[in-house]
Design a binder for this molecule. Structure first.
Ligand SMILES: Cc1cc2nc3c(=O)[nH]c(=O)nc-3n(C[C@H](O)[C@H](O)[C@H](O)COP(=O)(O)OP(=O)(O)OC[C@H]3O[C@@H](n4cnc5c(N)ncnc54)[C@H](O)[C@@H]3O)c2cc1C
Length: 427
């Protein structure tokens, strides 16, 4: 038990439990690097489960790309400091192959077109371009492409998912789309229902049977049926196949609004798999302080007081932006929270945010972050690596607005791959 040994020695400490942190811990464990990962619950539990690689560039034109690799070419030529410009394309491919193979083996398989983005129906009828889609959602991509006769199921009391609105929004281009509203078994008396308890309920086969019985009379001529994402947390593929067989037509899930079970699936998959690969997880703990020690680092970790001391040769800083806590904005400037590393600033505070919160061009503040070299070392004010064995990955990096560029998880995965390989080379 870790608690009996509050001093832990490892080669690599990963700070962060978001997509960049879990991907770093995964890649490190696969390279035989002894790794400790520390972090609080991240934005991953809000995530749609879709893995974007690169969707929009330039943000100011809102140009949507069919081919994410061509988008990366255009982006890196226009913004040479974007972190994607520091990773060669082969490595981005390899990062995805390794990450997706892990997900597949862990029972959370993804589908993709290797060289084009897929189009996915979103919970209120918009269509999103993304790169990798959970297998339980993939038939939704095909249904939208083929515009086949399709039924979308609404669940009474489930807020933020509207089959009616999906149908209304898409019906001009997809006349064979219709919707039906059902009550989830045994929830008639409830005013509101939530995806997580419903998903957990479906782990029991009798509940799947009951749901299938309710849905079947609505299917009629539909060749596909779409559901909000509710097909379990740990065994989504089994539940999806089972329901599909019982209902008798092809089915699929559609992402719901946050917090969604699709993000929870990723989080719980990693939390169960990483320890089996030798990663020590110190979750729901914070790095309180970091000291330098004989070419490496000593990290004080805990809630408010130090509970563990971790000695590591190197660190991957994947502590996110403002939501994750990796960056902090005070009245004058943006700071990095743990090391006080230099942060690429974006001018005066009054220009950080656009007047319009939903401005499609984004907010300048989202381009702030850490400057890095090609080894993913954070740089000091002279442009030199701050420490030889300190690396950064994910949304903390400067010159990218992942939300608007639609590159969130892809950038997290690719930069984690680059940072781990750089660490391996360096030590
Ligand atoms: C609502 C929402 C929807 C999303 N949808 C998509 C999508 O559809 N497609 C897509 O590709 N991506 C999506 N993403 C983005 C993606 O999931 C990642 O959030 C994003 O790539 C950033 O990941 P990150 O690991 O860099 O940072 P974060 O997820 O912010 O993680 C930062 C981590 O660092 C930890 N940390 C910070 N300070 C400390 C400290 N002192 N000590 C220890 N730990 C610390 C935090 O606790 C957290 O665990 C979505 C994100 C959100 C929030």
């Amino acid at each position: 038990m870790i608690k009996d040994n509050p001093e832990i020695n490892c080669e690599l400490a990963v700070i962060g439990a978001g997509m960049a942190g879990i991907a770093s811990a995964l890649f490190a464990s696969k390279r035989g690097i002894s790794t400790v990962q520390v972090g609080l619950t991240s934005g991953i539990i809000f995530a749609s489960g879709l893995i974007d690689l690169m969707g929009v560039h330039p943000i100011s034109d809102g140009k949507i790309w069919e081919n994410p690799w061509k988008a990366i070419n255009a982006l890196t030529s226009d913004i040479p400091n974007h972190p994607f410009a520091r990773i060669n394309k082969d490595d981005i491919h390899k990062a995805f192959e390794e990450f997706l193979a892990f997900m597949n083996n862990a029972g959370l398989p993804y589908c993709r077109y290797e060289n084009r983005n897929a189009k996915m129906i979103m919970p209120v009828g918009s269509v999103k371009h993304t790169y990798c889609v959970p297998q339980t959602m993939w038939n939704g991509v095909l249904a939208l492409e083929k515009k086949c006769s399709c039924l979308i199921i609404d669940i009474r009391g489930l807020r933020g998912f509207s089959a009616r609105q999906i149908t209304e929004t898409l019906k001009t281009s997809w006349p064979a789309l219709r919707h039906a509203r059902i009550s989830f078994p045994n929830t008639d008396h409830l005013e509101e229902v939530y995806t997580e308890p419903i998903a957990r309920c479906l782990s029991l086969s009798e509940n799947r049977k009951a749901l299938a019985q309710i849905v079947i009379p609505h299917v009629k001529d539909a060749s596909m049926v779409g559901f909000p994402a509710i097909f379990g947390i740990h065994n989504s593929v089994e539940i999806y196949r089972d329901l599909q067989e019982m209902i008798g037509v092809t089915i699929f899930e559609i992402p719901t609004i946050p917090p969604s079970i699709t993000g929870l699936r990723i989080k719980e998959t990693f939390e169960s798999q990483l320890p089996q690969k030798g990663v020590r997880l110190l979750l729901q703990k914070k790095v309180l302080k970091v000291h330098r020690n004989k070419g490496g680092f000593v990290l004080d970790i805990g809630g408010s007081d130090t509970e563990y001391t971790v000695k590591a040769k190197g660190i991957i800083l994947a502590s996110g932006r403002f939501l994750g806590g990796g960056l902090h904005a005070d009245r004058k400037q943006i700071r990095e929270s743990i090391f006080n590393l230099p942060v690429f600033q974006v001018g005066e505070r009054k220009n950080w945010h656009s007047q319009n919160f939903l401005d499609p061009k984004g907010h300048l503040i989202n381009m702030a972050g850490l400057e890095i070299d090609n080894m993913f070392h954070p740089l000091d004010s002279l442009g030199k690596p701050v420490f030889k064995t300190l690396f950064a990955a994910g949304s903390i990096l400067a010159h990218q607005d992942w939300l608007r560029m639609k590159c969130g998880s892809g950038l997290a995965i690719a930069s984690a791959f680059a940072a781990v390989n750089a660490f391996k080379k360096q030590v």
